[in-house]
Design a protein around this ligand. Structure first.
Ligand code: ACO
Length: 319
């Protein structure tokens, strides 16, 4: 039996930091409001010259180094992003060129904030099939580019960044189980309902959200997804050492852990200093906790995504 295993992680945050006070100086909001409702204190914002593939490149280099794997040994690249550099080619193909390699499969996954978990489950299945041996799975976003900076209800929530893992074929898991779900009838509660057509923007190029509907939906499906994935892996909630849900909002994270019966000490929280980085949030959090020596080899981590679509899903992983 072939399994896949995370053998290295990396991440990148653009140097520019924007605090809640920076928002309060230009919008009718306050540090207290943002902290209380979301737990967010600061977020990183990409420079105009940086694209998702640039952020992905930095994260990928770190992950390759941590895994002690050369870029040309990678035979599969999956980039999860809702803020690609171009309509096409894919950010994954642009990244492949920036890594200086050729020949691997390379494509993007569009599942918004669930993108990394969707990408990880896809790479796992492709490795288990025997067709691929080493994959780079990356979440990379410049969400700052799709925000209405005058809409205090949304612009304070998000940040930019990238997180990466190297996944390699092995004889023990690795990834125990992944469950992916979607319900397109909820497309309207979180969207960027625009496109490029005939040289013009059609619809809106800015993120729109029904915050309370998203909140309730996210807590419900994250709990259901945790249970479904543990059942698929034949494990119990006590087998989970760490829970890394998509970093949207501290209140969503705490409610999810509480509902799933996972202790607060096992809950990974980085949204306070990253903001919501969409597809990048889970691998960014994973890398931060691994590098800090908090998550250790052999520990079991439940990774969870939820986002626009609506999409959601989880992977149970032994590191
Ligand atoms: N500063 C000050 N006041 C604000 C701000 C702000 N940044 N944003 C909204 N308000 C105001 C509103 O205008 C409203 O004012 P009103 O009562 O005069 O009309 C008031 O605060 C209450 O607004 P609500 O939207 O009801 O506030 P709520 O308590 O629901 O908090 C929030 C809003 C933080 C967005 C919350 O709904 C939430 O966290 N939802 C989850 C959404 C989320 O995390 N989205 C991330 C993307 S989705 C994903 O990643 C899964």
């Amino acid at each position: 039996m072939i399994y896949s295993r995370i053998v290295g992680t990396g991440s990148y945050l653009p140097p520019k930091v924007m605090t809640n006070h920076d928002f309060a100086a230009r919008l009718e909001t306050s540090d207290a409001w943002i902290r209380e409702r979301t737990g967010i204190v600061q977020r990183h914002i990409a420079d105009k010259s940086q694209t998702s593939s640039d952020l992905a490149l930095e994260a990928a280099r770190q992950a390759l180094k941590a895994a002690d794997v050369k870029a040309d040994a990678i035979d599969l690249i999956i980039v999860a992003t809702s803020t690609p550099d171009f309509v096409f080619p894919s950010t994954a193909c642009l990244l492949q060129a920036k890594l200086g390699t050729k020949g691997s499969a390379a494509f993007d996954v569009q599942a918004v904030c669930s993108g990394f978990v969707y990408g990880l489950a896809t790479a796992d299945a492709m490795i288990k099939s025997g067709a691929y041996k080493k994959a780079l799975v990356i979440g990379a976003e410049v969400f700052s580019r799709i925000l209405d900076w005058n809409d205090r209800g949304t612009c304070v929530l998000f940040g930019d960044g990238a997180g990466a893992v190297v996944l390699a074929a092995g004889d023990k898991p690795g990834i125990h189980a992944s469950v992916l779900r979607a319900d397109g009838s909820y497309a309207g509660i979180l969207s960027v309902p625009g496109n490029v057509c005939g040289g013009n923007i059609t619809g809106s190029p800015f993120l729109q959200m029904d915050g309370q509907a998203v909140f309730k939906f996210a807590v419900r499906v994250l709990d259901e997804s945790a249970r479904e994935t543990l059942a698929a892996a034949g494990m119990k909630v006590e087998d989970v050492d760490w829970l890394i849900p998509h970093q949207a909002n501290v209140r969503i994270l705490e409610a999810t852990a509480r509902k799933a019966g996972i202790a607060r000490e096992k809950l990974v929280v980085t949204v306070d200093h990253h903001g919501n980085t969409s597809a990048a949030s889970v691998p960014l959090a994973l890398d931060e906790y691994i590098r800090a020596g908090k998550i250790r080899p052999g520990e079991r981590v439940l990774l969870q995504g939820v986002g626009g679509g609506f999409t959601w899903g989880s992977s149970l992983v032994t590191l």
